[in-house]
Design a protein around this ligand. Structure first.
Ligand SMILES: [Zn+2]
Length: 326
């Protein structure tokens, strides 16, 4: 994997904190809580900026349609001289032609395919310009990206300008599997109701295993990574965020944590591209551990997901009475 090399002119690298793992593990909440700290900017799932931002013009977390949002407008100007200079559909296609699980071997070793290497070089350049622009617009804030998908993390690790670090966020596989069976409406689609994807619990269990295994591999390849359990994050958010600061080599003073009071957090406005519907919530939020799966996931599915995901459930301390930090 490439080392962070900084900007072309030799200035400091662009700091990106990537939240990796499976959806419904509290990633949007973590993204936004980090965004409340001075020196951090919460950006949501930046992977989807072309499709959900440029093409579909969905709502930014601030409530404005993407193209009307002043923050993203500034980023577009800074990066490309305005979004209209880009062919959004070409970028959506380029994303799909580089950013998939089937391309993981090529993301690790692009030289195996000359055509892939060419596509990746083009995409890495565009992504580098985008994140560098966010860096300049925010005055060098650490960019929190909660895209989560492993291939995108591998891709970002190829962008020379970035200093990429990863929070590998995990949640009990049975909780994740149950959560993806629920029908959740997307709040950004006001006129035509649209819902988030749903998955069969066993299929989701398989995804959970693959996604998490990928982040272990990424760590082995040299990308600085820490693990965080959703359950601990909800129980002691401040402690877990302090651990993130350690990963980044930063100290966060007490005053910066005024927005956290036990399990109650006060959230402001964040310019998030896509993510869980809670990205639109503002004001005080009471953190509550979502353990609905314990009573509502059917015994058959619970057993199947447990068996399927057993190796990592055990490793992460979700089986047995004593939970050790992974
Ligand atoms: Zn916005």
């Amino acid at each position: 994997m490439s080392e962070a090399q900084g900007h072309d002119n030799g200035s400091a690298p662009v700091r990106v904190l990537f939240i990796g793992g499976c959806g419904r593990s509290g990633s949007t909440l973590l993204d936004r809580m980090l965004g409340e700290l001075p020196g951090f900017v919460s950006t949501g799932e930046v992977r989807f900026i072309w499709e959900r931002g440029l093409v579909e013009n969905r709502l930014c977390g601030c409530g404005e349609p993407f193209r009307e949002c002043p923050f993203w407008r500034s980023v577009g100007e800074e990066a490309f001289g305005g979004w209209d200079a880009l062919d959004a559909n070409e970028l959506v296609a380029l994303d799909r032609a580089t950013n998939r699980h089937r391309y993981l071997p090529l993301l690790v070793a692009p030289r195996l395919s000359r055509s892939f290497e060419g596509r990746l070089a083009r995409y890495v350049d565009v992504r580098g310009r985008l994140y560098s622009a966010i860096d300049r617009v925010t005055g060098g804030a650490c960019i929190v990206d909660s895209t989560k998908d492993p291939p995108f993390a591998f891709l970002l690790s190829r962008v020379p300008a970035l200093d990429l670090r990863v929070v590998h966020l995990v949640r009990d596989s049975r909780g994740v599997a149950f959560s993806w069976t629920k029908k959740v409406r997307r709040p950004e689609d006001v006129e035509v109701p649209r819902f988030m994807h749903t998955y069969h619990p066993v299929g989701m269990g398989f995804r959970w295993l693959v996604y998490n295994a990928c982040f272990h591999l990424l760590g082995r390849l040299g990308v600085p990574r820490m693990m965080m359990r959703y359950e601990e994050f909800v129980a002691s958010p401040r402690t877990e965020i302090e651990r993130v600061a350690t990963l980044l080599g930063e100290e966060i003073d007490k005053k910066s944590f005024e927005f956290v009071d036990g399990r109650r957090v006060e959230l402001g406005v964040h310019h998030t591209i896509s993510g869980n519907p809670m990205r639109f919530q503002r004001g005080p939020i009471e953190l509550a551990l979502d353990e609905e799966w314990r009573s509502r996931l059917s015994p058959v599915h619970r057993r199947m997901v447990s068996v399927f995901t057993f190796p990592l459930l055990l490793r992460y301390g979700y089986l047995g009475p004593a939970r050790q930090r992974p």
